[in-house]
Design a protein around this ligand. Structure first.
Ligand code: SF4
Length: 333
């Protein structure tokens, strides 16, 4: 059965950090932390909707700084969620936090309150990029806390960002490789979006920060997708979730509701081109693919087919559900 989350967003109002991309300071006071009553209502509503799927669902406190918020509030949230985990057999509790907000004591507290999965906002494994973007932690914090989380038996998730200030495609790919070495269970990849009233916005106006283009972002994210998949690490998110504030406050950067599909589509095209260039392929091609991937092989607005047409190939794509999700069979005549 598919895993799901009851997602509860816990903004870190008054966060002392000032990450380059975060609009926290501009939203303080507008985005209130939920009360225990709000959280109770959200969980109870989800119990009604989930039915037996509750067993595959974690109660998830997202927001990125969970173990750095006020401890009394944090413990109250965990106690409340833990009560529902025990009564309704939820799979556990998931939290997301900063790499420098993890230590032995905090992990013991989390363990005692049914937390099963911890996601760390790593963002980059390059100390220079972390510093330029004022993350307030170093690569060694990510390595230390990741190892501790795994040693204590939690599921580890790592989040990374592409296109931060001072980064580039090579540095981002290297971050991906170093994340693989930490062997997380899951990864989320977020292309950087420049929001109003952030440091990135200022640097962008001063022409010191040049956001990655759409094509560059697709290129690096497609490569990262392959890297993680080849190393059996699940990419549970690629691209930002759509939020109204993105349309209202984003100045630059890449966000698209089908961003993952665009990257997967590019990977299929590359695979086809690689096959064509290393085999004797005639000009009429039939590509067989699992039905789930038909639209990805064809591409958005048939872009993959058009590219192959331009290369001189007549292409038909047919579904064959006996094929694995990443498999392709190419016949030519
Ligand atoms: S992203 Fe950075 S500034 Fe924003 S809430 Fe998290 S730690 Fe604080």
């Amino acid at each position: 059965m598919k895993h799901s989350n009851v997602a509860i967003f816990i903004p870190h109002n008054g966060c002392p950090n000032k990450c380059s991309f975060c609009e926290q300071n501009s939203i303080t006071g507008k985005s209130l932390q939920p009360t225990l009553e709000d959280v109770k209502n959200t969980i109870e509503l989800s119990i009604k909707n989930l039915g037996s799927r509750v067993k595959n669902t974690e109660i998830a406190f997202f927001g990125g700084s969970f173990t750095a918020i006020d401890k009394k509030y944090m413990n109250a949230l965990l106690d409340l969620a833990n009560k529902y985990v025990k009564e309704y057999s939820f799979a556990g509790i998931r939290i997301s936090t900063r790499p420098d907000a993890i230590d032995n004591d905090i992990l013991d507290v989390l363990k005692s309150k049914s937390v099963t999965s911890i996601e760390l906002g790593a963002q980059s494994m390059d100390d220079r990029v972390l510093e330029l973007n004022r993350r307030g932690h170093k690569k060694e914090d990510i390595v230390f806390s990741s190892k501790l989380i795994k040693e204590k038996g939690f599921s580890l998730g790592l989040q990374m960002m592409t296109g931060l200030y001072g980064s580039n495609i090579n540095i981002d790919y290297d971050t991906g490789k170093q994340i693989v070495e930490l062997n997380p269970d899951t990864v989320r990849i977020y292309p950087t979006v420049t929001m109003k009233n952030t440091l990135l916005h200022k640097l962008y106006n001063e022409r010191k920060y040049f956001p990655m283009t759409f094509d560059e972002t697709v290129e690096i994210c497609s490569k990262l997708l392959i890297l993680f998949e080849e190393n059996h690490i699940r990419v549970i998110r690629l691209g930002l979730h759509y939020m109204k504030s993105l349309d209202e406050n984003a100045i630059a950067g890449v966000w698209h509701p089908s961003f993952r599909e665009i990257c997967e589509s590019k990977n299929f095209l590359n695979k086809i081109i690689q096959y064509i260039s290393s085999n004797e392929v005639k000009h009429n091609i039939i590509i067989f693919v699992n039905g789930k991937n038909l639209s990805k092989v064809i591409g958005n607005n048939k872009c993959n087919i058009k590219k192959l047409n331009k290369m001189g190939y007549n292409v038909k794509v047919k579904k064959d559900d006996n094929l694995g999700e990443r498999d392709l069979i190419i016949e030519s005549f």
